[in-house]
Design a binder for this molecule. Structure first.
Ligand code: AMP
Length: 193
């Protein structure tokens, strides 16, 4: 993987543990020549992640909707900033650039972005690895909710398993590098044929 999208909080959260995770992931990217594609912010987890890569002269590409760029939140010092018209355009632009997706702790924005990536996989539109770094069990309840969705018949076990989970950066990247997307009959093909 040469370029990975990372979705994470525009807030730092209350525990240093998560900020340290962002820094660990960023350092790994810079050391292994992986480019970061992210929301383009300088605040919260996003800022900590971007800064840890820039500090080691790694590549950071921001993709930000024009609306957010004018706020005091856009990073002014990254390798490249792509400005999109809308929030939806941002997702499309990011998906065209990257080989995989990672979520770190965050809120609604983070969940929206990682679940869109999973939805693209579920529909067979993309075959890229999608992973979450589950330090400190941050995503445990979310993982349990996915199990409830399977048990209640709303999510296929095989689709649930598309979400890669790991407790460390190294484990996460290893799992993502060896990820094999399940064969899916594209819904779109089914509709048009
Ligand atoms: P949240 O998890 O709700 O804090 O939202 C963070 C995610 O949404 C990031 O991955 C960003 O892509 C996007 N996002 C939310 N707020 C901003 C912002 N102020 N500037 C840039 N991106 C943002």
């Amino acid at each position: 993987m040469k370029k990975i999208a990372v979705f994470c909080g525009s807030s730092l959260g209350f525990s240093e543990v998560y900020k340290n995770d962002a820094i660990k992931l960023g350092t790994y990217f810079a050391d292994n020549k992986i480019s970061l594609v992210y929301g383009g912010g300088k605040i919260g987890m996003m800022g900590a992640l971007a800064d840890s890569i820039l500090k080691k002269n790694g590549e950071v590409i921001g993709v930000i909707p024009g609306l957010l760029r004018h706020e005091e939140v856009a990073h002014s010092n990254i390798s490249e900033m792509i400005v999109t018209k809308t929030m939806s355009d941002r997702k499309v632009t990011i998906s065209k650039l990257v080989d995989g997706y990672i979520a770190l702790p965050g809120g609604f924005g983070t969940l929206d972005e990682i679940f869109e990536a999973l939805t693209l996989s579920q529909l067979g539109i993309e075959q890229k690895p999608v992973g979450i770094l589950n330090t400190n069990g941050f995503f445990n309840h979310l993982i349990k909710q996915l199990a409830v969705m399977v048990a209640e018949g709303y999510l296929k076990e095989s689709n649930k398993n598309m979400l890669i989970t790991a407790d460390s950066v190294e484990e996460l990247i290893t799992k993502m590098n060896t990820y094999k997307a399940p064969k899916i009959t594209k819904v779109i093909n089914k509709i048009v044929s």
